[in-house]
Design a protein around this ligand. Structure first.
Ligand SMILES: [Zn+2]
Length: 349
């Protein structure tokens, strides 16, 4: 029998209250968790318990001083790190459980106890730098997950795919000199945090192991799926990772207030199908997603639902059919820039 899909959720992630006006509201997860209670979602998934990360686990990426700075917010009133990144009395605990829970999910997937997993947590993580909170993020869960898998699970190679509308600057910086972690990010050009240009390709021994696709607004389901087929698939197959992690943001949704992309739930399902197929080919299906952005609660719940049903094998998108309708001009721009910049590192044919 096929192994089940694990879901990490918990009340602690609703307790992170980053202040009035922050789009990262608890409602994002409340609506998601409610969606999971629907009759047609019952019995399909297994729960992964939130588990508090240890200090040593957080130090796999972050500095001791930074860890202490975040830990000091515990029990205190709202503290601002930047104009848009705050911690309340429970934010430290929420971030510790989000990170620890993701590591737990990764351990269970690596040990073949579950087939794949999705961590439905807040705060998000991919903007958090080694010693700096930013973009609503405190600890960089996905970076910690990759570092943990390398160090403690002894996995040789990790592929991180970041499909959030914003560039995952913290994750890129964590591994830009490391050829054992390949970072592939597709994001909207010109948005926060301003990093992630085509020519940021990694440094030193990591040259070629950072792939950035900053695209103009207006790309939708067909283009994203076609880009995965044309650019991600060949690179992932050549890199042949032992585990695939996804920074899954849903702010590329056509109804999201943040970006200008045109994705729908069907597109997220198709991207999942595409990644799942790659994972089946190269690493026995080992795939773990972690929630990043997505600020229209209804669009977020519908999209995560579509992703989860694809992960669990209940639906199976026709990826090729969707990719065939991609706009040729939009595709041509990304394919030309990416293959030109990376032609010495990867074979795209
Ligand atoms: Zn985002």
């Amino acid at each position: 029998m096929a192994l089940k899909t694990g879901i990490l959720k918990g009340e602690i992630f609703l307790k992170h209250l980053p202040g009035d006006g922050c789009p990262d509201t608890p409602k994002r997860l409340k609506d998601l968790y409610k969606m999971l209670d629907a009759p047609d979602m019952q019995g399909l998934f297994v729960d992964i318990l939130p588990k508090k990360a240890t200090t040593e686990e957080i130090l796999l990426f972050h500095t001791q001083d930074y860890f202490k700075k975040i830990a000091k917010t515990r029990g205190k009133e709202l503290i601002a790190f930047t104009a848009d990144t705050h911690a309340c009395e429970d934010s430290f605990d929420a971030a510790m459980y989000a990170a620890g829970g993701l590591l737990n999910a990764i351990s269970q997937v690596a040990a073949n106890k579950i087939g794949n997993a999705f961590a439905l947590v807040r705060p998000p993580g991919h903007h958090a730098e080694k010693s700096r909170a930013m973009g609503y993020c405190l600890f960089n869960h996905i970076a910690l997950g990759a570092a943990f898998a390398r160090r403690h699970l002894k996995l040789d190679k990790i592929l991180i795919i970041d499909w959030d509308v914003h560039h995952g600057n913290g994750t890129q910086h964590a591994f830009e000199r490391d050829p054992s972690v390949l970072f592939f990010s597709i994001h909207q050009a010109g948005l926060f945090p301003g990093t992630g240009s085509f020519i940021e390709t990694g440094l030193g021994a990591g040259e070629g192991y950072t792939i950035n696709l900053p695209i103009p607004k207006g790309y939708g389901d067909a283009e994203y799926v076609a880009i995965f087929d044309r650019l991600l698939k060949p690179v992932a197959e050549q890199f042949s990772p032992d585990l695939i992690l996804v920074s899954a943001g849903f702010d590329t949704h056509t109804d999201d207030p943040m970006g200008g992309m045109g994705m729908t739930a069907q597109g997220f399902a198709a991207m999942t199908a595409s990644i799942k197929k790659i994972a089946d080919t190269v690493c026995g299906g080992k795939l773990v997603m972690s929630l990043e952005g997505g600020y229209n609660c209804e669009a977020l719940a519908g999209s995560v639902r579509a992703v989860l049903r694809e992960m669990a094998g209940i639906t199976c998108c026709n990826v090729n059919k969707m990719a065939e309708t991609a706009d040729k001009k939009k595709m041509g721009f990304v394919v030309r820039r990416c293959t030109d910049v990376h032609k010495h590192s990867w074979n795209f044919i």
